[in-house]
Design a protein around this ligand. Structure first.
Ligand SMILES: [Fe+2]
Length: 300
């Protein structure tokens, strides 16, 4: 189980293409859709579909190759109704969650991602642990980010406990941590602290997607580059509490957020989930007032 990609309906594919390209991602047309991928990774990460307004179209999760019949039995055993695949995004099993979000289980293998190389000049001097000697880091710290992979995404939920229960029972996602009353973070096994989660909101929609870059320099360089490209509204630079990642969010052309992320906590089955009543960031500038406001139209 893992997060594969999300489908996003947007009013203009051209605007979407410009935005994702500026963010450091590649795009290609496929039929009527625009597919977004990371450099060096043969896997869709976002599928943009044209439609009257921006809305989260679906979320695709990977299951073990060959396991779809087993998943079908599991879902039907839970009383989940399976749906026909939308014509523009065929394949796998389709269902709606308890709030109407369209989900797709696919037995596509999770594609390997490009590894970040390290050079002597990228080593970090941390306190007394000096690993970079006679190398001027600033000469290589100005690289524009090319995200390695989609790390996680959060969707809005009107009932955090119900969402946590649905995704645990139905897809087998596990609780990583809760930010009391505000957000719930889920993992799909050893690896990133969270790959999916929920932000409390008025109705379903995409809150943010998050993309892994190598380090704090790429997070900050990405933010500066996006501001230069006209996308100056954001939140960052900061370090999150739950997940611990460095972050900078940029508001996308449709009012949701996209995140450059690095240095996230890596967890195993030994991780103990907790309830935390804290700010979402250890340190950061003030959070924008509409950061957790769902600007997507309410479904009719
Ligand atoms: Fe995030």
């Amino acid at each position: 189980m893992g997060l594969l990609y999300y489908g996003l309906q947007v009013p203009s594919l051209e605007v979407g293409e410009g935005f994702y390209n500026a963010f450091g991602l590649g795009t290609a047309e496929r039929g009527n859709a625009l597919v977004v991928r990371c450099d060096g990774r043969e896997q869709d990460q976002t599928v943009l579909l044209e439609g009257p307004s921006k809305r989260l179209h679906h979320v695709a999760f990977a299951v073990e190759p060959g396991s779809l019949p087993e998943w079908q039995r599991h879902l039907e055993g839970l009383g989940v109704r399976l749906l026909d695949a939308p014509a523009e995004t065929p394949g796998g099993l389709w269902l709606r969650d308890h709030e109407g979000n369209l989900l797709n289980l696919r037995d596509d293998p999770i594609a390997p991602w490009r590894r970040f190389g390290t050079t002597d000049a990228q080593e970090v001097n941390f306190g007394d642990q000096v690993r970079r000697v006679d190398q001027a880091r600033w000469l290589t710290a100005d690289e524009l980010p090319r995200p390695q992979r989609l790390g996680h995404m959060l969707i809005f939920s009107t009932d955090l406990a119900a969402s946590e229960a649905f995704y645990a029972r139905t897809l087998g996602l596990r609780l990583s941590d809760r930010l009391t009353g505000m957000a719930t973070f889920m993992n799909s096994g050893p690896g990133d602290h969270h790959v999916f989660g929920f932000v409390h909101g008025t109705h379903p929609g995409l809150q943010h997607s998050s993309w892994m870059v190598s380090d704090i320099d790429q997070v900050a360089m990405g933010a500066r580059n996006m501001a230069d490209a006209g996308h100056a509204i954001g939140w960052g630079l900061g370090r999150h509490t739950l997940g611990s990642n460095f972050f900078h969010y940029i508001q996308d052309p449709w009012g949701s957020w996209i995140e450059y992320s690095s240095d996230m906590d890596c967890i195993t089955e030994n991780w103990k989930a907790g309830d935390w009543d804290c700010h979402p960031a250890v340190w950061a500038p003030e959070m924008p007032a509409d950061f957790a406001v769902n600007l997507e139209e309410k479904p009719v």
